[in-house]
Design a protein around this ligand. Structure first.
Ligand SMILES: [Zn+2]
Ligand SMILES: [Zn+2]
Length: 314
């Protein structure tokens, strides 16, 4: 299953790396200061998901593309309204006379609304934006598709849900046939709901549905990353719609309960509020992230205690 690693230390900003099992592919959520992020990991990132462009979530973008340029890869960047202009501004602020146009390509997906995603391309050395199309979904590759919620943080803040695709496994128990290419044909018929498909095993033809008992469908893991958001009903409705019953969610918990006045002023969340909404979403596991930089370790402990009390409370 996809797994997340927090790459920022306490007192740093926030950056979370999501790794896909049995694949060299990674996704990166936000580009804050992150001393645990290695060059090799950056070079394996195939898509970047930006929640919003406050400096603590975007300052290390330069450090990221520093290690991506020259790869010749196409890398997707998803982000809130105007993300394409902000990426363009960052890229254009350097001199690129020694870099050729095939050094990299960024495909930027600007989230205008839940149904409207503008797709842009931008490449060196001139980094001029080109609008390619408007699409109705955000991101899908062979491993995951990504849903999202547009939350209010006095600016749009995108919360992302990585939904791993369902997988089908073959159970060998009680198998009376020799294994062969029929297994992959059977899996295909199962995935396509094609119960009438004819499957030949050792010279005999079977109906696919008569062999489906050899297969099990495994529900894909659902991993969420909810960054900065205000404590308000509107945000919570959206969070519940997208993240309900997710397997694991990382959620911004910037303040201790005793500092919740600051949370209100700054459109942030605080410990028991984040824990409570995760409980209401019935997520299996939840982890508080992204604490105010003025906090020390004992404050972090206090946040975690209040968070889990609200998350597990009755
Ligand atoms: Zn913010
Ligand atoms: Zn922040």
């Amino acid at each position: 299953m996809v797994q997340a690693e927090i790459k920022s230390l306490l007192k740093e900003d926030i950056s979370i790396l999501i790794k896909v099992p049995n694949s060299a592919k990674h996704y990166l959520c936000d580009c804050g200061e992150a001393s645990l992020l290695t060059v090799k990991e950056v070079q394996s990132v195939s898509a970047i998901f930006i929640s919003h462009t406050h400096i603590d979530h975007f300052s290390n973008f330069d450090g990221i593309f520093r290690h991506q340029i020259g790869s010749g890869e196409k890398i997707v960047i998803c982000g809130p309204k105007n993300i394409h202009r902000q990426i363009e501004a960052r890229l254009k602020s350097y001199t690129w006379n020694l870099i050729d146009e095939n050094a990299i390509e960024y495909e930027i997906r600007e989230i205008v609304s839940k149904e409207e995603i503008n797709v842009y391309k931008i490449r060196p050395p001139h980094w001029n934006l080109e609008l390619i199309e408007t699409q109705h979904f955000l991101f899908e590759d062979e491993y995951v598709n990504v849903d999202f919620a547009i939350l209010d943080h006095k600016t749009d803040s995108i919360a992302y849900l990585f939904r791993e695709k369902d997988s089908v496994t073959f159970n060998e128990n009680g198998l009376e046939f020799k294994k062969g290419k029929w297994i992959s044909e059977l899996k295909k018929a199962f995935e396509n709901n094609d119960s009438e498909k004819e499957i030949e095993i050792e010279g005999t033809v079977y109906k696919a549905s008569d062999l489906f008992h050899f297969l099990t469908r495994n529900k894909g893991y659902k991993l969420g990353v909810i960054m900065d958001h205000a404590v308000c009903e509107d945000n919570y409705e959206k969070i519940k719609t997208v993240f309900r019953e997710a397997d694991m969610v990382y959620i911004e918990t910037f303040y201790k309960d005793e500092d919740q006045e600051f949370a209100k002023i700054n459109y942030h969340s605080f410990a028991s509020a984040s824990g409570k909404i995760m409980k209401e979403c019935e997520v299996k596991e939840a982890i508080p992230i992204h604490f105010s930089r003025r906090y020390v370790e004992s404050d972090q402990l206090e946040i975690e205690t209040a968070f889990y009390k609200a998350f597990q409370g009755n």
